[in-house]
Design a protein around this ligand. Sequence first.
Ligand code: GDP
Ligand code: MG
Length: 164
Amino acid sequence: SKPIVAIVGRPNVGKSTLFNVLAGEKISIVEDTPGVTRDRIYADVTWLKYDFTIIDTGGIEPESDDEILKHMRTQAQIAIDTADVILFVVDVKQGLVDDDHKVANMLRKARKPVILVVNKVDNFDKLEMDVFEFYNLGLGEPRPVSSASKLGLGDMLDVVVENF
Ligand code: GDP
Ligand code: MG
């Protein structure tokens, strides 16, 4: 069957925006919908000659700080258990935060390829030095994208399919 690519990361880094742009239509839940608690949303994607399934593991995310880390750990575990490739999304505008490190530690131990996606790099003309800060996560080369402006996605997808 098709390879599975799971998208994980802190709330508000842009996981659902990335998912939606890759899916080509608005499938995922980007904002809170009262009474809706779906924790995984799937879409089929084709890139070059590759067909695969992407999963947005974010669902409806908690807003209280102590719930966020627990939620992220659950997402990361779902990704580790089910995905062939994991997209770990971080936010260049917020920078590197402690919860990023905690999830990175989990993902590093998994025997799965992890691609470090630095989202919200809205201007590729001046590739912010801030992107390089994310090397500190120990997950290899940070891949800059802007999900909102659809920048860097082709290069990111090339790296995804290299891992199938
Ligand atoms: P999630 O909680 O990780 O699923 O994040 P969302 O996809 O819901 O996005 C959170 C916020 O970040 C929304 O206001 C998005 O419009 C915004 N956002 C997502 N991607 C980008 C981006 O590439 N650039 C900028 N500037 N904002 C973005
Ligand atoms: Mg989301």
